[in-house]
Ligand binder design. Structure first.
Ligand code: ARG
Ligand code: ZN
Ligand code: CA
Length: 245
């Protein structure tokens, strides 16, 4: 039978402008996408790949803060930063214009801010420093309403980043045909696919462009596989087990 595991989430909204200060409804739309995608309840699921799986992982906005008080699970932090740029964690620290992480052992920290420079989002894999642990999404690629911009307006940037957070690699393994994603039921590949490609053959097999861990447009991705589920579940019984206590 199903064994559902629910990850408590705190969302840090780091904003300079009113637009960046996204609404609670937009935040909830992102939580809803995570729940649909990770449970394979997304309405755009299809039968293209029979290894598609319900990961049995769910998400909820935190209801108790680190001090034991009631919370809505959303923190709003104003900033003077026009954009944070790629390749840094400044949005994760109050001292650098961001918002300090809640304890990473107990919460999945999600930040939304103006990253800019064309970066949709990024994530930290299990095993890294607690102070920077979590996922970051630009405010234009978060949720499905408000400031969300096509073709990344279906909340799949967070689905992808949370995949990394739960130890998934890109399906092409970030290398050539001999580099693996450590998942046996994703076809081998040697690079990302963009847009809405289909029938792309790389490394002698058809690429799984519909996988959340490729780089396709949001509307063109719709699955995690059974092998990816196993890897995420292993993270939740290993390095990230404390999230569930
Ligand atoms: N490029 C980003 C990363 O490697 C995210 C890609 C998200 N793709 C999407 N269709 N939203 O983490
Ligand atoms: Zn990625
Ligand atoms: Ca593989």
């Amino acid at each position: 039978e199903k064994v559902l595991r629910t990850i408590p989430v705190v969302v840090h909204v780091v904003a300079r402008t009113n637009a960046e200060n996204i609404s609670l409804a937009q935040i909830q739309s992102q939580i809803d996408v995570l729940n649909d995608d990770f449970r394979r309840l997304n309405t755009d699921r299809d039968g293209t790949w029979n290894q598609a799986a319900d990961s049995e992982i769910e998400f909820c906005l935190a209801t108790v803060d680190p001090n034991g008080n009631a919370t809505g699970g959303v923190l709003r932090q104003s900033t003077t930063r026009t954009q944070f740029g790629r390749g840094n964690d400044n949005m994760k620290f109050t001292s650098t214009g961001g918002s300090d992480a809640w304890p990473a052992a107990d919460y999945m920290n999600m930040w939304t801010c103006n990253i800019g420079e064309g970066t949709l989002g990024f994530a930290q894999f299990p095993g890294g420093p607690a102070a920077t642990d979590g996922v970051v999404m630009d405010y234009r690629y978060f949720g499905t309403i408000g400031t969300a911009q096509a073709p990344f307006n279906l909340g799949r940037t967070a689905t992808h980043e949370v995949g990394h957070y739960l130890n998934l690699r890109h399906i092409w393994g970030d290398g050539g045909c001999n580099r693996d994603d450590f998942v046996s039921d994703t076809p081998g590949s040697d690079g990302p696919n963009y847009g809405c490609a289909t029938g792309v053959v790389k490394c002698n097999s058809v690429d799984m462009v519909q996988n959340y861990m490729d780089y396709s447009d949001d509307a063109c991705m719709n699955l995690f596989t059974t092998g990816q589920k196993a890897r995420m579940q292993a993270a939740l019984t290993g390095a990230r087990a404390s999230l569930l206590n």
